[in-house]
Design a protein around this ligand. Structure first.
Ligand SMILES: C[S@@+](CC[C@H](N)C(=O)[O-])C[C@H]1O[C@@H](n2cnc3c(N)ncnc32)[C@H](O)[C@@H]1O
Length: 294
C-alpha cells in the first residue's frame, strides 16, 4: 500500500500551538479528575466485557461497516473529519481521524515489523476485531496473522471482515483468556512472534499472571505495546495529564517493571525499550518492550 502521500501531507502540518495544547491538556485533566473523584472505574473482567464485548465490538459487528467500504484501506481509515490533537511521528498535531488512521496503518506496520525479525506469522494477543492485523496485512500481504481475544463479538466481527475481504487464509481469529493458565489456545503461541497492543492495559489486576502464562507458552518473541504510568516523565505536562487519565480509567501500571524484574532474574532477555511515536489522543501514549523468554 502506498501511504507516502498521506505521510507527506502530515509533514506539512505545523505542530499544535502552545495555546491549543494548554487548552486540550487542561480539558483532559479536568475530565480525568472528575472521573477519579466522582465515578472511579475498577477495571474488572466484567467491566472490560461490558465495554468491549458488549459495547464496542457488538456495535462494530452490528454496523457491518466493512460492507460499505471501497476496499480494506478505506475500511481502516473511513471518512472522519473530527479534528483533535494527536501524536504523529513524535509531534503533537491537530488533525482529523481519517488522516491519522491512514498514517497509523503504515506507522504501526513499520514499528511491529522492525521488531518481528524474520517471522512469517505474527500473532496478536487481545486483538479485538483485528484492526491491527488488517493494517499489518496492507503492508505485508505475504505474511499470515493470527488474532486472539476474549470477546466473542470481536472475534465474530474480525472473522466476517476477513471473509468479506477474502482474507480468511491470511488472517484468522480465535478465543483466548490470557488470565487462564489452562486456556486451550495458549499452547498454540509456542515458537510464535506475538504482540499485545493496549490489551494488558485492560487486565490491571492480573498483569503478573498474564506475563507468566505467556512465558509458560514459550513464544519465540513478544512485543508488548501498552500504556503505563511507570515510564512517564512527570516533568512534562502531557505525561502528568496521562498519569491522571490512566489512574482514572484504572489501566495497568506494572507491566514494564515486571518485565525488568524478570530480566534481572534471568528469565527473559529484553531486546528493545521504546516510546511509541504515535497516539490517537494526547493522553494515550504506548510504551514498547520487545523480549524473548530465556
Ligand atoms: C483496548 S482493546 C484493544 C484491541 C486491539 N489490540 C486494538 O488495538 O484494536 C483491548 C482488548 O483486550 C481484550 N481482552 C481483555 N481481557 C482479555 C483477556 N483476559 N484475554 C484476552 N483478551 C482480553 C478485550 O476484549 C479487548 O478486545
Amino acid at each position: 500500500m502506498n501511504t507516502s502521500g498521506a505521510n507527506d501531507m502530515l509533514e506539512s502540518i505545523s505542530p499544535a500551538s502552545l495555546a491549543d495544547r494548554a487548552i486540550t491538556y487542561t480539558a483532559v485533566m479536568a475530565k480525568s479528575l472528575y472521573r477519579l473523584m466522582v465515578r472511579r472505574v475498577k477495571r474488572t473482567a466484567d467491566v472490560v466485557d461490558s465495554e468491549y464485548n458488549q459495547q464496542n465490538w457488538q456495535k462494530m459487528l452490528a454496523s457491518k461497516s466493512w460492507l460499505s467500504a471501497a476496499d480494506l484501506a478505506g475500511f481502516l481509515a473511513p471518512a472522519d473529519s473530527t479534528e483533535r490533537l494527536r501524536k504523529v511521528d513524535n509531534k503533537i498535531l491537530r488533525i482529523d481521524g481519517q488522516r491519522y488512521y491512514r498514517y497509523r496503518t503504515s506507522a504501526l506496520s513499520d514499528l511491529i515489523l522492525r521488531h518481528a525479525g524474520d517471522a512469517r506469522q505474527i500473532v496478536e494477543l487481545g486483538c479485538g476485531y483485528g484492526y491491527n492485523l488488517f493494517s499489518l496485512h496492507l503492508h505485508r500481504p505475504d505474511l499470515t496473522f493470527k488474532g486472539f481475544d476474549i470477546a466473542p463479538n470481536g472475534i465474530a466481527a474480525g472473522r466476517e471482515i476477513a471473509t468479506h475481504f477474502a482474507l480468511s487464509d491470511k488472517i484468522s481469529l480465535d478465543r483466548i483468556d490470557l488470565t487462564n493458565a489452562n486456556d486451550p489456545n495458549l499452547p498454540t503461541i509456542a515458537g510464535q512472534t506475538a504482540f499485545t497492543y493496549f490489551c494488558i492495559e485492560q487486565i490491571p489486576y492480573d498483569v503478573r499472571k498474564v506475563v507468566e502464562n505467556i512465558i509458560a507458552a514459550r513464544p519465540k518473541r513478544v512485543i508488548n505495546i501498552e500504556p503505563t504510568t511507570e515510564l512517564l516523565d512527570l516533568t512534562h505536562p502531557r505525561d502528568l495529564v496521562s498519569l491522571v487519565y490512566i489512574r482514572s480509567v484504572d489501566y495497568q501500571t506494572q507491566l514494564f517493571s515486571i518485565l525488568d524484574q524478570l530480566e534481572r532474574e534471568g528469565r527473559i532477555r529484553i531486546l528493545a525499550r521504546e516510546r511509541m511515536p504515535f497516539a490517537p489522543t494526547i493522553n494515550n501514549d504506548g510504551f514498547l518492550y520487545c523480549w524473548e523468554p530465556v
